[in-house]
Design a protein around this ligand. Structure first.
Ligand SMILES: *Cc1c(COP(=O)(O)O)cnc(C)c1O
Length: 382
């Protein structure tokens, strides 16, 4: 095998060639490179048009109004802006935030920073399937709960939260609902109005767009107040200053438009690939599925292998690029906090690998991955 089979789409995706082509139009001298905030010439105005058209592409996919989209550098910044920006701007509403123990680090670490700033946080425990129970959330709500932050799809397990049911609980107590949807775009249908979402974090690079760009959806009616974290220039209605990166933004817009057109077909194909992958591993003893496939997106499969630690297996797997736990934690040897958070025993969590499939995964790649995995597991167990 030459280049390894890439099965780490949940960490990041390659840029779709159609997205890359769009991006190149906004870079060089013969392209639309001007500052989208330049009002004094045609070139600036054209750049602004491109940014606004991308804003509509992103808004359209989630049932939002383009004026509700605030560009950021990624979902990490969007999570920071949602949690810190909202809690600071709404102190009068309450100082209590509810989130869960298995959120992405961009939410977990931000909530911890808020605790250090004097806000109170309730950390919900997920069910064993990785989902948050609406009744547990209801029990955690207080009169001073200002914000609830829960993810749409978990990045290690693929578990899908019932956003509409959770939103109903949040709104019954007059709180605001933030959703990290970085892993959900192009995987499920999201509609902020139907699902009752007030703030939502988005990323470009999890859905075949470029890295370094994302957005926060901020509901307009009733208006949600957010305090800026980055000051200067008053871009993005004062919520996020900084010259807009036209090439990144148009790339993300195109990626979201492609997700609207092809997301469903992608997922159907990927579901068949995931079944093929799991069927190929049927003969192997001592495999545990940490992903409950009945409540998860099909593109993420998390497996533990009895008696083999994840790092050794990773080393033995010459032909596949996958991740142990989550990519963001791969520098440490601690078991994934998401797996231990859903009750996977520590020893088993240390043997876990996350396989994630995407738009460019082929049947041949799945078959090669299965063969590599069978060989590596057999070798290590011998
Ligand atoms: C990748 C990811 C993020 C971070 O997004 P960036 O755009 O890389 O900052 C946040 N939340 C979830 C669930 C993710 O999967």
């Amino acid at each position: 095998m030459n280049t390894p089979v890439y099965l780490d789409y949940a960490a990041t995706t390659p840029v779709d060639p159609r997205v890359a082509e769009v991006m190149t139009r906004y870079l060089g001298l013969d392209g639309i490179f001007a500052n989208p905030a330049s009002r004094s010439h045609m070139a600036g105005w054209q750049a602004e048009q491109a940014v606004e058209s991308a804003r509509r592409q992103v808004a359209d996919l989630i049932g939002a109004d383009p004026r509700e989209i605030v560009w950021t550098s990624g979902a990490t910044e969007a999570d920071n802006l949602a949690l810190i920006g909202f809690m600071r701007a709404n102190r009068a509403r309450g100082r209590h935030l509810v989130t869960s123990t298995i959120e992405h680090k961009a939410v977990v670490d931000t909530a911890r920073a808020l605790e250090a700033e004097g806000f109170e946080v309730t950390w919900l425990q997920p069910q064993h399937d990785g989902r948050i129970s609406p009744s547990k959330l209801a029990a955690a709500m207080r009169d001073d709960t200002a914000l609830v932050s829960l993810m749409a799809v978990n990045n290690e397990l693929g578990a899908i939260n019932d956003l509409a049911a959770l939103a109903a609980v949040v709104h019954a107590r007059d709180a605001v609902f933030h959703v990290d949807a970085a892993q959900a775009i192009g995987r499920l249908t999201l509609d902020v109005v139907e699902q009752g979402i007030d703030l939502m974090s988005l990323s470009g690079h999890k859905v075949y767009g470029p890295k370094g760009v994302g957005a926060l959806y901020v509901k307009r009616s009733p208006d949600i107040r957010i305090e800026a974290l980055i000051h200067g220039g008053g871009h993005e209605r004062g919520m996020r200053s900084g010259t807009l990166p036209t090439h990144q933004i148009t790339g993300m817009g195109e990626a979201f438009a492609l997700a609207a057109d092809e997301g469903e077909a992608d997922q159907a194909r990927i579901a068949a690939l995931a079944s093929r992958f799991l069927a190929g591993l049927k003969g192997l003893e001592g495999i545990h599925r940490n992903t409950d496939t009945s409540v998860s997106v099909p593109n993420i499969v998390n497996l533990s292998f009895d008696g083999i630690d994840g790092e050794s297996l990773l080393m033995a797997l010459r032909g596949i690029a996958v991740s142990t736990g989550s990519a963001c934690n791969s520098a440490s040897v601690e078991p994934s906090y998401v797996l231990t958070g859903i009750g996977v025993p520590r020893a088993r969590a240390l043997t876990a690998l996350r396989f994630s499939f995407g738009r460019f995964t082929s049947e041949a790649e799945i078959d090669a991955a299965v063969a590599d995995l069978q060989h590596a597991v057999a070798t290590l167990r011998r």
